[in-house]
Design a protein around this ligand. Structure first.
Ligand code: PEP
Length: 250
Protein backbone atom coordinates (compact mmCIF):
# COMPACT_ATOMS: atom_id res chain seq x y z
CA UNK A 1 0.00 0.00 0.00
CA UNK A 2 1.46 3.34 -1.03
CA UNK A 3 0.85 6.16 1.46
CA UNK A 4 -0.47 9.21 -0.41
CA UNK A 5 1.62 12.33 -0.06
CA UNK A 6 0.47 15.94 -0.27
CA UNK A 7 3.35 18.35 -0.66
CA UNK A 8 2.83 22.10 -0.60
CA UNK A 9 5.31 23.97 -2.77
CA UNK A 10 5.36 27.50 -1.42
CA UNK A 11 7.74 28.73 -4.13
CA UNK A 12 8.94 32.28 -3.28
CA UNK A 13 6.02 33.24 -1.05
CA UNK A 14 5.60 34.19 2.63
CA UNK A 15 7.82 35.84 5.19
CA UNK A 16 9.28 33.73 7.98
CA UNK A 17 6.63 35.08 10.39
CA UNK A 18 3.82 34.21 7.98
CA UNK A 19 5.26 30.72 7.54
CA UNK A 20 5.34 30.12 11.30
CA UNK A 21 1.75 31.39 11.57
CA UNK A 22 0.69 28.97 8.84
CA UNK A 23 2.15 26.00 10.72
CA UNK A 24 0.41 27.09 13.95
CA UNK A 25 -2.90 27.10 12.06
CA UNK A 26 -2.53 23.75 10.29
CA UNK A 27 -0.90 21.79 13.12
CA UNK A 28 -3.23 18.99 14.19
CA UNK A 29 -5.50 19.71 11.20
CA UNK A 30 -3.42 19.06 8.09
CA UNK A 31 -2.50 15.81 9.77
CA UNK A 32 -4.63 12.89 8.73
CA UNK A 33 -3.99 9.18 9.34
CA UNK A 34 -2.75 7.51 6.20
CA UNK A 35 -1.64 10.71 4.44
CA UNK A 36 1.82 12.23 4.51
CA UNK A 37 1.79 16.02 4.70
CA UNK A 38 4.90 17.91 3.61
CA UNK A 39 5.55 21.65 3.50
CA UNK A 40 8.24 22.68 1.02
CA UNK A 41 9.23 26.15 2.14
CA UNK A 42 11.89 28.68 1.11
CA UNK A 43 15.29 27.95 2.66
CA UNK A 44 15.24 30.79 5.18
CA UNK A 45 11.97 29.50 6.67
CA UNK A 46 13.31 26.05 7.39
CA UNK A 47 15.04 26.58 10.78
CA UNK A 48 11.95 28.25 12.23
CA UNK A 49 9.59 25.68 10.72
CA UNK A 50 11.76 22.82 11.98
CA UNK A 51 10.89 24.03 15.50
CA UNK A 52 7.27 24.79 14.63
CA UNK A 53 6.47 21.28 13.32
CA UNK A 54 7.90 19.55 16.40
CA UNK A 55 5.31 17.32 18.06
CA UNK A 56 3.35 16.96 14.83
CA UNK A 57 3.45 14.60 11.86
CA UNK A 58 4.03 17.49 9.45
CA UNK A 59 7.23 17.10 7.49
CA UNK A 60 9.49 19.70 5.97
CA UNK A 61 10.83 19.90 2.47
CA UNK A 62 13.19 22.23 0.64
CA UNK A 63 12.63 23.38 -2.92
CA UNK A 64 16.14 22.76 -4.22
CA UNK A 65 19.63 21.73 -3.14
CA UNK A 66 23.12 21.84 -4.57
CA UNK A 67 24.79 18.58 -5.62
CA UNK A 68 28.03 19.28 -3.71
CA UNK A 69 28.36 18.87 0.06
CA UNK A 70 30.11 22.24 0.42
CA UNK A 71 32.27 24.56 -1.62
CA UNK A 72 32.57 27.88 -3.40
CA UNK A 73 29.00 28.02 -4.70
CA UNK A 74 27.73 31.44 -3.70
CA UNK A 75 24.05 31.48 -2.86
CA UNK A 76 23.60 27.71 -2.80
CA UNK A 77 22.43 25.29 -0.10
CA UNK A 78 23.69 21.72 0.31
CA UNK A 79 22.17 18.45 1.40
CA UNK A 80 24.42 18.51 4.47
CA UNK A 81 22.82 21.78 5.55
CA UNK A 82 19.28 20.55 4.95
CA UNK A 83 19.80 17.27 6.76
CA UNK A 84 21.27 19.13 9.71
CA UNK A 85 18.01 21.08 10.06
CA UNK A 86 15.81 17.97 10.06
CA UNK A 87 14.48 18.55 6.55
CA UNK A 88 13.13 15.29 5.12
CA UNK A 89 12.16 16.04 1.52
CA UNK A 90 13.55 18.10 -1.32
CA UNK A 91 11.92 19.08 -4.60
CA UNK A 92 14.29 18.50 -7.50
CA UNK A 93 13.91 19.58 -11.11
CA UNK A 94 10.78 21.67 -10.73
CA UNK A 95 9.85 23.06 -14.14
CA UNK A 96 10.37 26.62 -12.87
CA UNK A 97 13.97 25.73 -12.01
CA UNK A 98 14.40 24.01 -15.36
CA UNK A 99 12.97 27.06 -17.17
CA UNK A 100 14.50 29.97 -15.22
CA UNK A 101 17.60 28.56 -13.50
CA UNK A 102 19.18 26.33 -16.12
CA UNK A 103 18.33 23.07 -14.37
CA UNK A 104 19.09 20.20 -16.75
CA UNK A 105 18.55 16.45 -16.69
CA UNK A 106 22.22 16.17 -15.65
CA UNK A 107 21.95 18.56 -12.70
CA UNK A 108 18.70 16.89 -11.67
CA UNK A 109 20.50 13.55 -11.59
CA UNK A 110 23.43 14.97 -9.60
CA UNK A 111 20.96 16.45 -7.10
CA UNK A 112 19.11 13.11 -6.80
CA UNK A 113 22.39 11.46 -5.79
CA UNK A 114 23.12 14.28 -3.33
CA UNK A 115 19.66 13.96 -1.77
CA UNK A 116 20.07 10.26 -1.09
CA UNK A 117 23.59 10.76 0.20
CA UNK A 118 22.18 13.02 2.90
CA UNK A 119 19.06 11.06 3.81
CA UNK A 120 16.65 13.36 1.97
CA UNK A 121 13.74 12.02 -0.04
CA UNK A 122 13.62 13.62 -3.47
CA UNK A 123 10.37 14.77 -5.02
CA UNK A 124 11.56 14.83 -8.59
CA UNK A 125 9.44 16.68 -11.13
CA UNK A 126 8.87 15.57 -14.69
CA UNK A 127 6.40 16.82 -17.25
CA UNK A 128 5.85 18.12 -20.73
CA UNK A 129 5.43 21.61 -22.19
CA UNK A 130 2.22 22.48 -24.01
CA UNK A 131 3.83 22.21 -27.45
CA UNK A 132 5.24 18.80 -26.55
CA UNK A 133 1.82 17.63 -25.45
CA UNK A 134 0.27 18.91 -28.66
CA UNK A 135 2.95 17.10 -30.65
CA UNK A 136 2.08 13.83 -28.88
CA UNK A 137 5.40 13.74 -27.01
CA UNK A 138 4.13 13.63 -23.41
CA UNK A 139 5.19 10.07 -22.65
CA UNK A 140 8.51 10.40 -24.45
CA UNK A 141 9.39 13.54 -22.45
CA UNK A 142 8.46 11.83 -19.19
CA UNK A 143 10.44 8.71 -20.15
CA UNK A 144 13.58 10.71 -20.91
CA UNK A 145 13.33 12.91 -17.80
CA UNK A 146 12.61 9.96 -15.51
CA UNK A 147 15.42 7.86 -16.99
CA UNK A 148 17.89 10.71 -16.61
CA UNK A 149 16.82 11.58 -13.06
CA UNK A 150 17.28 8.01 -11.78
CA UNK A 151 20.52 7.24 -13.62
CA UNK A 152 23.03 5.47 -11.38
CA UNK A 153 20.65 5.07 -8.43
CA UNK A 154 19.80 1.65 -7.07
CA UNK A 155 16.39 0.03 -6.65
CA UNK A 156 16.22 0.66 -2.90
CA UNK A 157 16.76 4.37 -3.48
CA UNK A 158 14.27 4.51 -6.34
CA UNK A 159 11.61 2.81 -4.24
CA UNK A 160 11.90 5.57 -1.63
CA UNK A 161 11.75 8.45 -4.09
CA UNK A 162 8.67 10.46 -5.02
CA UNK A 163 8.01 11.52 -8.60
CA UNK A 164 5.73 14.48 -9.33
CA UNK A 165 4.21 14.37 -12.78
CA UNK A 166 3.60 18.03 -13.53
CA UNK A 167 2.48 18.96 -17.03
CA UNK A 168 4.05 22.40 -17.35
CA UNK A 169 1.03 23.96 -19.03
CA UNK A 170 -1.03 23.09 -15.93
CA UNK A 171 1.25 24.73 -13.34
CA UNK A 172 -0.13 27.94 -11.90
CA UNK A 173 -2.50 28.35 -14.83
CA UNK A 174 -5.74 27.12 -13.31
CA UNK A 175 -5.85 24.51 -16.11
CA UNK A 176 -5.40 21.05 -14.67
CA UNK A 177 -4.97 17.84 -16.57
CA UNK A 178 -8.02 15.60 -16.44
CA UNK A 179 -7.67 13.02 -13.70
CA UNK A 180 -7.86 10.17 -16.22
CA UNK A 181 -5.16 11.70 -18.44
CA UNK A 182 -2.91 12.24 -15.42
CA UNK A 183 -3.56 8.66 -14.33
CA UNK A 184 -2.56 7.36 -17.75
CA UNK A 185 0.71 9.30 -17.85
CA UNK A 186 1.54 8.35 -14.26
CA UNK A 187 0.86 4.70 -15.08
CA UNK A 188 3.29 5.06 -17.95
CA UNK A 189 5.94 6.64 -15.70
CA UNK A 190 5.51 3.67 -13.38
CA UNK A 191 6.25 1.38 -16.34
CA UNK A 192 9.43 3.37 -17.02
CA UNK A 193 10.47 2.82 -13.40
CA UNK A 194 9.63 -0.87 -13.75
CA UNK A 195 11.82 -1.19 -16.84
CA UNK A 196 14.70 0.38 -14.89
CA UNK A 197 14.33 -1.24 -11.48
CA UNK A 198 11.76 -4.04 -11.65
CA UNK A 199 8.18 -4.45 -10.52
CA UNK A 200 8.82 -4.47 -6.76
CA UNK A 201 10.23 -0.94 -7.04
CA UNK A 202 7.59 0.36 -9.44
CA UNK A 203 4.86 -0.93 -7.13
CA UNK A 204 6.37 1.00 -4.22
CA UNK A 205 7.43 4.32 -5.72
CA UNK A 206 4.97 7.13 -5.12
CA UNK A 207 3.99 9.25 -8.07
CA UNK A 208 2.06 12.46 -7.48
CA UNK A 209 0.18 14.66 -9.89
CA UNK A 210 0.84 18.41 -9.86
CA UNK A 211 -0.76 21.27 -11.77
CA UNK A 212 -3.55 23.48 -10.46
CA UNK A 213 -4.69 20.99 -7.83
CA UNK A 214 -7.12 22.57 -5.36
CA UNK A 215 -9.61 21.47 -2.71
CA UNK A 216 -12.33 21.24 -5.39
CA UNK A 217 -10.50 18.69 -7.55
CA UNK A 218 -8.16 16.79 -5.19
CA UNK A 219 -10.63 13.94 -4.65
CA UNK A 220 -11.01 13.36 -8.36
CA UNK A 221 -7.25 12.89 -8.71
CA UNK A 222 -7.02 10.72 -5.62
CA UNK A 223 -9.68 8.35 -6.96
CA UNK A 224 -7.28 7.33 -9.73
CA UNK A 225 -5.39 4.12 -8.98
CA UNK A 226 -1.97 5.33 -10.14
CA UNK A 227 -2.00 8.74 -8.43
CA UNK A 228 -0.40 8.80 -4.99
CA UNK A 229 -1.02 12.39 -3.97
CA UNK A 230 -0.28 15.86 -5.24
CA UNK A 231 2.40 18.52 -5.41
CA UNK A 232 0.49 21.74 -4.95
CA UNK A 233 1.62 25.32 -5.44
CA UNK A 234 -0.98 28.09 -5.21
CA UNK A 235 -3.60 26.17 -3.24
CA UNK A 236 -1.08 25.18 -0.56
CA UNK A 237 -0.47 28.76 0.55
CA UNK A 238 -3.60 29.33 2.58
CA UNK A 239 -4.04 27.20 5.74
CA UNK A 240 -7.72 26.33 5.19
CA UNK A 241 -7.08 25.25 1.64
CA UNK A 242 -4.03 23.19 2.63
CA UNK A 243 -6.00 21.40 5.34
CA UNK A 244 -8.71 20.52 2.79
CA UNK A 245 -6.10 19.17 0.38
CA UNK A 246 -4.68 16.85 3.03
CA UNK A 247 -8.17 15.74 4.06
CA UNK A 248 -9.05 15.17 0.41
CA UNK A 249 -6.13 12.81 -0.04
CA UNK A 250 -7.40 10.39 2.57
C1 PEP B 1 3.79 23.54 -8.42
O1 PEP B 1 4.30 24.57 -8.00
O2 PEP B 1 4.47 22.50 -8.47
C2 PEP B 1 2.39 23.56 -8.85
C3 PEP B 1 1.83 22.46 -9.28
O3 PEP B 1 1.76 24.78 -8.78
P1 PEP B 1 0.16 25.02 -8.88
O4 PEP B 1 -0.48 24.04 -7.95
O5 PEP B 1 -0.02 26.45 -8.46
O6 PEP B 1 -0.22 24.75 -10.30
Amino acid sequence: MRVPIIAGNWKMFKTVGEAAGFVREVKGKAEVDGVESVICAPFIHLPVLAEAVKGSSLKLGAQNLHWADSGAYTGEISGVMLQDLGVRYVIIGHSERRAYFAETDETVNAKMHAAFKHGLTPIVCVGEKLEQREAGQTKEVCRIQTGAAFKGLDGAQAAMAVIAYEPIWAIGTGKSSTATDANEVIGYIRQVVEAMFGSAVSAKIRIQYGGSVKPENIREFMRQPEIDGALVGGASLEPGSYIQLVEGAR
